[in-house]
Write a protein that binds this ligand. Structure first.
Ligand code: NAD
Length: 424
């Protein structure tokens, strides 16, 4: 097995690469294929001048990385956050390639980001940042080239602006250029809940394997955005016991489980109040501390690098189901494995989002829309099959679930690459 070549534990690109290296060696990947898949196909940096509401002009830096188009167009979110880096976008783009491989959908991998703080921008400033970023990439995006989606700091309204800007540039309404759009604009039923639903389907599979029951499972969720809050709502309704939730400002741990997660959701989203102040709450904790509370299922659904060598030994869960991308560092993997925690790795666990994005792209291209039940049933099939495949690969290659997911994905992408051959 190759040595873990990670200089900086918190560099997500190095973390992603380290897992790729291990999986590629397990698979005995040919040198040529290895070199091809190791690097992104294209990267671009754009400098986006935007007039702020006060008349000042600010220039924002944006990135887009296309990791792979071997199995189909690039696919991946756009992140608006103050700490976006090119290395982070590179890692996220590669993860998208592997994620689409794991769930076997015909996309490659891509990701984008703009260094900005969406919480400090007005709605019209946010619109101008989005439109200028999209305009700069109007030759790059396209339903057959690269299809963005929401990620941290972006939402369905922002995707609507991406769709409109692109459509203006190509002179035709092109809904399939972006996914995660509002329902009134070619969005798909079930997309908003898809990532959370996918997490729950994976947890259902894991507990069945471990002979556990939903009602006996205490669940802690870090991150109460699109992924975390939808997972909390769905899992609560399904009978899981949600005992802890946190967002960036902190959270609550309630040993007995929250009675009413919908009220908590309204508290945060309609009343715009802090989670920690929710009445009938529980113990107030920081977003970090919540990770180490006792539970059966821990769902980190916020951001990268939450579980590291410094704290992994403090985990107190049976199942780690990764809602966020890269919440566990490569260096922390062995610590988690030693504790015999059942890991549902990010590129499997949170793939429900891209799966329903794929359904949205299909529906937009067909101009024919499915009922929510149909979307959810197809999602269930994809997630269950992918879960079983990852576990089958773990057995065949005698590796952890995480490395098995990479091996499965690299296997699928490299088979497609072999069939295509190397152009020129
Ligand atoms: P979001 O912006 O809707 O929500 C992010 C949540 O995490 C917020 O509650 C925020 O307060 C919290 N948070 C941010 N930084 C934090 C920190 N340092 N500590 C604790 N909490 C923190 O984003 P999202 O769409 O829910 O995405 C969350 C994660 O899931 C990201 O890693 C994203 O890449 C991944 N993901 C999202 C989707 C999707 O469909 N939205 C799909 C797959 C993976």
């Amino acid at each position: 097995m190759p040595e873990l070549l990670v200089q900086d534990e918190l560099n997500v690109y190095e973390s992603a690469e380290a897992r790729f290296e291990i999986a590629a060696s397990k698979l005995d990947l040919e040198q040529g294929l290895y070199r091809y898949l190791k690097y992104p196909e294209r990267e671009i940096t754009v400098y986006i001048p935007v007039s702020l509401d006060n008349g000042r002009v600010e220039v924002y830096t944006g990135y887009r990385v296309l990791h792979s188009t071997v199995r189909g167009p690039g696919k991946g979110g756009i992140r608006f956050a103050p700490n976006v880096t090119i290395d982070e976008v590179r890692a996220l783009a590669a993860w998208m390639t592997w994620k689409c491989g794991v769930v076997n959908i015909p996309f490659g991998g891509a990701k984008g980001g703009v260094i900005c703080d969406p919480e400090k921008l007005s709605r019209s400033e946010l619109e101008r940042v989005t439109r200028r970023y999209t305009a700069a990439l109007s030759d790059w995006f396209g339903p057959e080239r690269d299809v963005p989606a929401p990620d941290i700091g972006t939402n369905d309204q922002i995707m609507a602006w991406v769709m409109d800007t692109y459509s203006m540039h190509v002179n035709q309404a092109t809904t399939a250029v972006v996914t995660g759009k509002p329902l009134d604009l070619g969005g798909s039923h079930g997309r908003k809940e898809a990532t959370g639903r996918g997490l729950m389907i994976c947890c259902d599979k894991a507990i069945a394997r471990l002979r556990m029951k939903r009602e006996d499972c205490r669940v802690v969720i870090q991150g109460f955005g699109n992924v975390g809050s939808e997972a909390a709502l769905l899992m609560h309704e399904a009978g899981y016991k949600i005992v802890g939730v946190a967002d960036i400002h902190g959270g609550l741990y309630n040993e007995k489980g929250f009675d009413d997660v919908r009220s908590l959701h309204e508290w945060v989203y309609s009343q715009r109040k802090p989670i920690a102040d929710f009445p009938a709450g529980g113990l107030k904790l920081s977003a970090q501390e919540i990770l180490f509370r006792p539970c059966e299922i821990l769902i980190p659904a916020a951001t990268e690098n939450q579980i590291t060598t410094k704290n992994a030994s403090r985990l107190n869960c049976r199942i780690l189901c990764e809602g966020a991308n890269g919440p566990t560092t490569a260096h922390a993997d062995p610590v988690v494995d030693e504790k015999e925690i059942f890991v549902i790795p990010d590129i499997l666990a949170n793939a429900g989002g891209v799966t329903v994005s794929y359904f949205e792209w299909v529906q937009d291209r067909q101009g024919f829309f499915w009922r929510e039940r149909e979307v959810n049933e197809r999602l269930q099939d994809v997630m269950e099959e992918s879960f079983d495949e990852v576990l089958r690969y773990a057995q065949i290659y005698r590796v952890s679930n995480r490395i098995a997911a990479y091996v499965l994905a690299i296997d699928r992408v490299s088979r497609a690459l072999k069939l295509r051959g190397f152009y020129a």
